[in-house]
Design a protein around this ligand. Structure first.
Ligand code: ZN
Ligand code: ZN
Length: 278
């Protein structure tokens, strides 16, 4: 595991300086690290970076990239929040900056009573309230709306990596709301993966799921297996929100990749993404 392409920092809801994450990556023997703060939004949100900080963010990463040249490759990225009703507006905020790649993630589905995008993954209570209020307590509707957004993001095509593709399971510990082996859920996931494969997207094995309430990586092992069957490239990411988490659960991820017989991972080179034996 030589890369960590999904990290946050003080510019968004992460703790610590970007330089602290870089030092941890270097000391862990990584070859590359991507800095991927939450992209700016055009409505109030606690996690997102403020748009006016983008120039400072890019400048700081460019400075570190130069300072660490030949020791660690540092990439400028964002975790771009994909919200179909607003994505062109949100894209226009970031479009002029020279990102090496984007991670596209869905954290919002539907709208709350104020007409603002509804964040389904902040707390279980909010999830439960939203499920009742905005989806008439129908979990299939909620999950369907989530995966529809993943498909639409894949068709949009700007991100290189799909962030935590089955994030909608975040509060589904012990299959509290749905069973992943039910045929309707399998069909949703399959359609999302087909869309990713068509668009040439990379799927991340995001280890933060092991730390979240669900205690299971994003995506679940059966989905990883299906990615491999469809030829979808994988990367291992940790979604670090603190410097010590830059290689969080790397050992578990390595064991899981062995279990699903994954022998190669995507790596960002000068000429773009390459799939290389790991
Ligand atoms: Zn995320
Ligand atoms: Zn993230």
């Amino acid at each position: 595991m030589k890369t960590s392409y999904h990290t946050h920092n003080r510019f968004c809801d992460g703790r610590g300086e970007i330089a602290d994450y870089v030092e941890v990556a270097l000391n862990a023997g990584l070859e590359a690290m991507g800095v991927s703060s939450h992209s700016p939004l055009n409505f109030p949100d606690e996690a997102a970076m403020r748009a006016e900080r983008l120039p400072a963010y890019c400048a700081e990463i460019a400075h570190l990239e130069e300072a660490y040249r030949r020791r660690l490759r540092i990439h400028l990225s964002l975790e771009f929040d994909y919200i179909p009703e607003r994505h062109e507006e949100l894209w226009s905020i970031v479009a002029s900056f020279p990102f090496d790649y984007l991670i596209g993630s869905v954290h919002f589905i539907g709208e709350d009573e104020r007409g603002l995008p509804w964040a389904f993954d902040l707390t279980r209570r909010r999830f439960e309230n939203g499920l009742r209020r905005y989806f008439a307590s129908d979990i299939r509707q909620l999950v369907g709306a989530y995966y529809e957004r993943i498909r639409s993001m894949a068709a949009w095509g700007r991100p290189a990596i799909v962030g935590h593709i089955d994030r909608v399971k975040k509060w589904n510990k012990d299959q509290r709301y749905f069973r992943e082996d039910e045929s309707w859920y399998r069909r949703e996931v399959e359609a999302a993966l087909q869309a990713c494969a068509r668009a040439g997207l990379i799927v991340e094995l995001n280890t933060i799921g092991w730390r979240n309430a669900v205690r299971s990586p994003y995506p679940s092992p059966w989905i990883l297996r299906r990615c491999l069957e469809l030829g979808i490239p994988l990367v291992v990411t940790t979604d670090a929100h603190a410097p010590v988490r830059v290689t969080d659960f790397h050992a578990e991820a390595e064991a899981l990749l062995r279990e699903v017989a994954c022998t190669s991972l995507a790596v960002l080179r000068d000429d773009g993404w390459r799939v290389e034996r790991s």
